[in-house]
Write a protein that binds this ligand. Structure first.
Ligand code: DUC
Ligand code: ZN
Ligand code: ZN
Ligand code: ZN
Length: 436
């Protein structure tokens, strides 16, 4: 038997157009998109009149079941994906972390973690050190495992950070394999000095985290990565663009014709640090992520850059730790596990911040939350579109009905939510692909 569904009368949104049409789905694949589709009686009918019908969100940047800073993220592939689905995101791309320096071992470990999955996912690979064997294994990843994007760390001195010399080798390797190089761009040496300064001044609380790694260090590393990518002549993807400083470097490079992609994350677009550093540790520590949430002004500038195409898609860096885990850093902000939630809230908050404010159109919303990610990572038009032949990862969005985001209602396992009290739109999610 087959599953058949007809979504009737909604406004179908794609990145390239909007139209009032019906969407007919069989066995998880979109079979027809046009007005007034007639079907047999065994077809399930859904009335979407007055609602938007659009491709499910794709989050290009998540960390589920990741071991990091002496602990493991509280959301695994089940709870993280449940949260994603509840918020209209039907696919995400997570970062494989190598095991004992081995990419292959890391990949196998993540395949195991991902057995709990209830939706499609993809993988990038984080490069946590650099040597000949990593370089060799990159080829296996690209040719045999389907991983085509590699992230290098310019921060996390003493653990993940690599030197410019090694970053150059990594960029060269990406170029020769036809893979996309990604960077976490903060100057790790300077962050290390900044952290010492804060501790010497007796600033040990969560506010010390932000003060120790200001926007200038993100701007410097972003500029350096862009120039090194230019020297090698290979495209660059800058993850979690959190500051005007970094965004302006990306704008300049793109204007000159260089292939640079900038990914802001929801936290950088909608939060700023005024009022964040509450004297209560737990209240403040939940906001600690890297790069840090910036002063007021960066948020609005990143929104503007997204609306003009200087930045192209929105991720989350969903990386959740509960209050007990955050408390590892109660005496020293350097030990607070870095990361905030967002996989469940991204679609809501981008809609609220960008569409409701009139900064982007409803079709742009689809582009920056879904289509652009599918294009960059080679999964379009199977994902990221409501087109004949695409996967039926479909969301129905009611623009006239809201709810309040809260830690008590969310689906993530974490006990806090950095978006508490904000508004989201009511939506339904339809996923008909069998996920084995
Ligand atoms: N930043 C975070 O906040 N968490 C995960 C890793 C990172 O770079
Ligand atoms: Zn629910
Ligand atoms: Zn990062
Ligand atoms: Zn990340």
């Amino acid at each position: 038997s087959s599953s058949k569904l007809l979504i009737k009368g909604g406004t179908v949104l794609n990145a390239h157009q909007q139209e009032v049409a019906d969407v007919y789905v069989e066995d998880g694949i979109i079979v027809a998109v046009k007005p007034n589709i007639k079907v047999d009686e065994d077809v399930t009918l859904l009335d979407a009149t007055g609602k938007y019908v659009m491709p499910g969100g794709i989050d290009p940047h998540t960390h589920l079941a990741m071991e990091f800073m002496g602990t493991e993220t509280i959301d695994d592939f089940f709870s993280g994906q449940a949260a994603a689905l509840a918020g209209g995101t039907t696919m995400h791309i997570d970062f494989v972390i190598p095991v004992n320096g081995s990419l292959v071992a890391g990949f196998e470990a993540y395949k195991k973690k991902a057995k709990k999955s209830c939706m499609n996912y993809g993988f990038h690979m984080a490069i946590t050190k650099w040597d000949e064997s990593v370089s060799r294994e990159m080829e296996i990843m690209v040719k045999e495992k389907g991983i085509n994007s590699f992230k290098f760390f310019m921060a996390y001195k003493g653990s993940l950070m690599i030197s410019d010399e090694l970053l150059l080798q990594g960029l060269e390797r990406c170029k020769s394999l036809g893979a996309l190089a990604m960077v976490h761009a903060e100057n790790g040496d300077a962050v290390f000095e900044g952290q010492k300064r804060m501790i010497d001044l007796g600033i040990t609380g969560p506010e010390g985290h932000a003060l120790s790694r200001p926007p200038v260090l993100e701007g410097e590393a972003t500029a350096r990565a862009i120039r090194l990518a230019k020297f090698v002549n290979t495209p660059l993807y800058v993850v979690h663009v959190m500051s005007i400083d970094a965004m302006e470097e990306i704008a300049r490079a793109r204007k000159s014709g260089q292939k640079v992609i900038g990914e802001p994350v929801v936290s950088g677009l909608v939060l700023n640090d005024s009022g964040l550093w509450d004297p209560d540790f737990v209240t403040a520590a939940k906001y600690v992520m890297s790069p840090p949430i910036r002063e007021s002004g960066h948020d609005k500038a990143l929104q503007a850059a997204l609306s003009t195409g200087v930045l192209q898609l929105v991720g989350t860096d969903h990386c959740t730790f509960n209050s007990t885990q955050k408390a590892f850093g109660i005496d020293d902000f350097r030990k607070i596990p870095n990361g905030v939630n967002g996989i469940e809230e991204r679609m809501h908050l981008v809609w609220d911040t960008m569409v409701e404010s009139g900064q982007i159109s409803v079709t742009d919303f689809v582009r920056i939350t879904s289509t652009e990610c599918a294009r960059i990572f080679n999964i379009y038009p199977r994902k990221g579109a409501i087109l004949v032949g695409s996967d039926a990862d479909i969301i129905i969005f009611n623009p006239n009905s809201s709810f309040e985001i809260s830690a008590s209602m969310h689906h993530s396992r974490t006990d806090t939510n950095v978006y508490d009290g904000r508004k989201g739109k009511v939506m339904s999610i339809f996923l008909f692909v069998p996920y084995a």
